[in-house]
Design a protein around this ligand. Structure first.
Ligand SMILES: *[C@@H]1O[C@H](CO)[C@@H](O)[C@H](O)[C@H]1NC(C)=O
Ligand SMILES: *[C@@H]1O[C@H](CO)[C@@H](O)[C@H](O)[C@H]1NC(C)=O
Length: 343
């Protein structure tokens, strides 16, 4: 009996040893979506240099904007129907509940920097389009072309493919055959479905928890390939793209923003953590809520609470069964790739 008891204990210890590294809590903590390790490292360096959690989120996301991460963040990616790259970003201070955000930002590379300027240099929360670019220039950001050879080639290929796939529906001419201009009308033929490309990720979403549990979160993206000009996704919307509350934790979302923003998944996850739900479960519940209406949606959510526990969840669809994110804390001592099985 004694043998069994110790054996079971040893077994439990053994299992725990393997389980603990995932979700182990130490502060400070940096966590972000996708294997964007340079961004994680940049955020960590900002903290080590004495920066605030907001500095860390800004520096981390800005690194992705400058490096273009995998092409889905920053300049030169996701040209819209006119071939232009536009950027969305937000940053949130979980101590004060202040938010700064930009949507459809044009000609400025450092979108998260402009988002922070909106937060710190205006009483507003969200600026969009051409006027956001003028604001940015006035605040000292450099205006430059966001077009690159790569974005031109994505765009020209799309034109060659008769502007397929696209985001139009119930329009005429039939968008499965022609490019616009589109008018309301019947779709005669089914347009080609947008493929989920897990290599073309979406957004950097980042949560930083400071050593005293202060929370900041932010996002940056160039949105969706071939979007309708003027489209703003979930990333710059507080509670959708990300959310931070220093009494609970932070969350950030990535994926099909047009669908996900209808459910405020980051807000929901943070609210759940506020009532004591553990981060993994909070993320899962956020995903489940969307699944009820859109079982085939592509997306993931990362969550962290104020003690540095974290988790993630994603919706399992063909081609997307595992979601990778990065964690940096004193335990890992380097950007640590983690992944979660989608459900
Ligand atoms: C972009 O394309 C132009 C013309 O084809 C070429 O001259 C230029 O070197 C390219 N730029 C880069 C950065 O590859
Ligand atoms: C964070 O989540 C962990 C895991 O569920 C939990 O043990 C811890 O108490 C939570 N922290 C807070 C401040 O709620």
């Amino acid at each position: 009996y004694f043998f069994c008891k110790t054996f079971v204990k040893m077994l439990l210890c053994f299992i725990l040893m393997f389980l603990l590294p995932f979700g182990q809590a130490t502060l400070p903590l940096v966590i972000n979506t996708w294997p964007f390790e340079h961004a994680t490292a940049a955020a960590w360096s900002a903290l080590q240099a004495g920066g605030s959690v907001l500095d860390a989120v800004e520096k981390g996301c800005a690194r992705c904007e400058a490096d273009q991460c995998d092409g889905s963040v920053g300049f030169g990616g996701s040209p819209d129907e006119r071939g232009e790259t536009t950027l969305d970003a937000m940053i949130m201070n979980g101590n004060t509940m202040e938010v700064g955000a930009v949507g459809d930002l044009r000609r400025i590379k450092n979108a998260i920097g402009v988002a922070r300027a909106v937060m710190e240099r205006t009483d507003h929360t969200l600026l969009v389009g051409e006027s956001a670019s003028v604001f940015a220039e006035n605040m000292g950001f450099t205006a430059e072309d966001l077009t690159t050879n790569k974005s031109i080639s994505i765009f020209t290929q799309w034109l060659k493919d008769n502007c397929q796939p696209n985001y139009r529906k119930n329009v005429s001419p039939d968008p499965s055959q022609y490019c616009g201009p589109y008018k309301p009308g019947a779709t005669l033929r089914q347009r080609r479905k947008r493929q989920i490309d897990i290599h073309a990720h979406d957004t950097i979403g980042m949560i930083v928890i400071g050593k005293d549990g202060q929370v900041a979160a932010g996002t940056s993206t160039n949105g969706a390939n071939h979007k309708v000009p003027g489209r703003v996704g979930d990333s710059p919307i507080a509670g959708a793209g990300s959310y931070a509350d220093s009494t609970a934790g932070g969350a950030a979302a990535t994926g099909d923003g047009d669908v996900m923003m209808r459910f405020l998944p980051s807000y929901l996850a943070v609210e759940l953590m506020k009532t004591g739900t553990d981060p993994s479960t909070a993320c899962k519940t956020s995903i489940s809520r969307i699944k009820i209406h859109y079982p085939g949606f592509f997306g993931a959510v990362i969550c962290a609470n104020t003690t540095g526990h974290y988790g993630a969840a994603c919706n399992k669809v063909p081609g997307f069964s595992k979601f990778t994110f990065v964690v940096y804390n004193s335990q890992s001592n380097s950007p640590l790739l983690q992944s979660v099985d989608c459900f």
